[in-house]
Design a binder for this molecule. Structure first.
Ligand SMILES: Nc1ncnc2c1ncn2[C@@H]1O[C@H](COP(=O)(O)OP(=O)(O)OP(=O)(O)O)[C@@H](O)[C@H]1O
Ligand SMILES: [Mg+2]
Length: 408
């Protein structure tokens, strides 16, 4: 069997918590066997890191690892992307094309966000998993491929099966080897290691002097619940390294940044409790209170924006004003839908005629993504659209990098 310490080091998996050690153990047991693996866990927990580790530790490591984000491919072309197509089989198919399964032959295919695959495609996935057989779109002949499958999702596939959105046979086939990656808040003991590694990597590549964190600053980081998991922590560390260049990081600095981060999401609400003490328990209560408060407010805000999206004109560069005016509505003591009841005119008169629904949509998606820490599932749910539509819109409005960059 593979040496687990070496595996962990080589694949760059940080963490000494029991749960991470258990995952590394499991990887070492299954990597060399050609069995499919399902990786589950919230956004940002490291599913892709784990998928790469499985491939790297397998006998296929010298062959390609082909990563496919199933949620990002429009439904109409997913089969041609996965299995290839014959020239002329549909408008735009002006060449024969290999699919990802063919490209991954003798290697590994990583189907990220597998919960997003349409049910018809799932039948074909099951077939290729069981027999290696697939058919290019527009062809009649069966082809064969030799691929190891790793799938990942942040959805509850069991729920999807119950709702008839995911095939039970495929689910059973996939979940034989299940790697469930716990959220960061359930392995807080690893925070110190993550912080150290991310700080070192960042300061080294940006020529910044690194003087470390005081222990109480790390303790403070453990008070926060990191909804965006390791990705959020990494961004946080990088930001603090830039802002406090060359300094030893204290708990005041961390507290300030945590507050800053929370305030950005909320757009400075004076009615919130403010964390003023360094006393750990008090800080924790403050943070929790603030988060609960923000969550409630933003839910109300998003609800209002959505309820108003059928108004003739709304949004654009004035969206901030609209949302701010809505925010003050939400913040006022009267929390009813007053905006609708007495007065529909919450867009500035001078903005009428300049704003398009597209502008509004772009702004709403961008801000909601930021609010949910780029978690697309939550964003799509809160905006009342499918994840697939959200992916398409992110692409259309080129929001990808922006939303990630703007987390803080
Ligand atoms: N155990 C780990 N060791 C080192 N880095 C990690 C670990 N887990 C996550 N990361 C880092 O955190 C970030 C997010 O990880 P990754 O993209 O694998 O998450 P994910 O679960 O696939 O997220 P999503 O569901 O949003 O796609 C990456 O920068 C990754 O390198
Ligand atoms: Mg991922």
């Amino acid at each position: 069997m593979i040496n687990t310490d070496r595996l962990q080091k080589q694949s760059g998996i940080i963490g000494n918590s029991k749960s991470i050690k258990k995952i590394v153990d499991l990887i070492s047991q299954v990597a060399e066997v050609d069995i499919s693996v399902l990786i589950t866990g919230e956004s940002g927990v490291g599913k892709e890191v784990i998928a790469k580790a499985v491939h790297k530790a397998s006998n296929r490591s010298r062959k390609p690892l082909v990563t496919v984000n199933c949620g990002a491919i429009p439904e109409g072309i997913i089969e041609s992307e996965l299995f290839g197509h014959k020239k002329g089989s549909f408008t735009g198919a002006d060449q024969n094309r290999k699919g990802y399964f063919e490209e991954a032959d003798k290697g590994t295919i990583f189907l990220d966000e597998i919960g997003e695959t349409p049910i018809d495609t799932q039948v074909k996935l099951l077939r290729v998993l069981e027999s290696g057989e697939y058919i290019r779109v527009g062809e009649a002949t069966t082809r064969k491929t030799n691929v190891r499958l790793i799938a990942a999702t942040n959805k509850n596939l069991e729920e999807l099966v119950k709702k008839g959105l995911f095939r039970e046979d495929l689910y059973f086939r996939l979940k034989t080897i299940l790697l469930n990656i716990p959220p960061l808040r359930e392995r807080l003991e690893d925070i110190g290691k993550f912080v150290e590694r991310f700080s070192l990597e960042f300061t080294r590549s940006n020529n910044i002097i690194y003087k470390g964190f005081v222990p109480s600053a790390i303790r403070l980081l453990k008070q926060y619940d990191w909804p965006g998991n390791i990705r959020e922590l990494k961004h946080f560390v990088e930001k603090i390294m830039v802002l406090q260049k060359g300094q030893r990081i204290t708990d005041e600095m961390v507290m300030h940044e945590l507050n800053q981060r929370i305030n950005t999401t909320l757009s400075q609400n004076k009615s919130l409790p403010v964390a003023i003490s360094n006393n750990a328990e008090k800080v924790e209560i403050d943070l929790i209170l603030r988060q609960l408060f923000m969550l409630k407010q933003d839910t109300e805000l998003i609800q209002k924006i959505l309820m108003n999206s059928n108004l003739p004109k709304l949004g654009g560069e004035n969206f901030f004003e609209v949302s701010n005016s809505l925010k003050s509505e939400v913040n006022s003591s009267n929390r009813s839908l007053k905006v609708f009841e007495d007065d529909n005119r919450f867009i500035r008169d001078e903005a009428i005629g300049e704003i398009s629904i597209k502008d509004l949509e772009k702004e709403a998606i961008s801000r909601t993504l930021r609010f949910f820490n780029t978690n697309r599932r939550k964003t799509a749910k809160s905006l009342g659209m499918s994840e697939r539509t959200l992916y398409r819109k992110i692409d259309e409005y080129q929001l990808e990098n922006k939303s990630k960059k703007d987390i803080f």
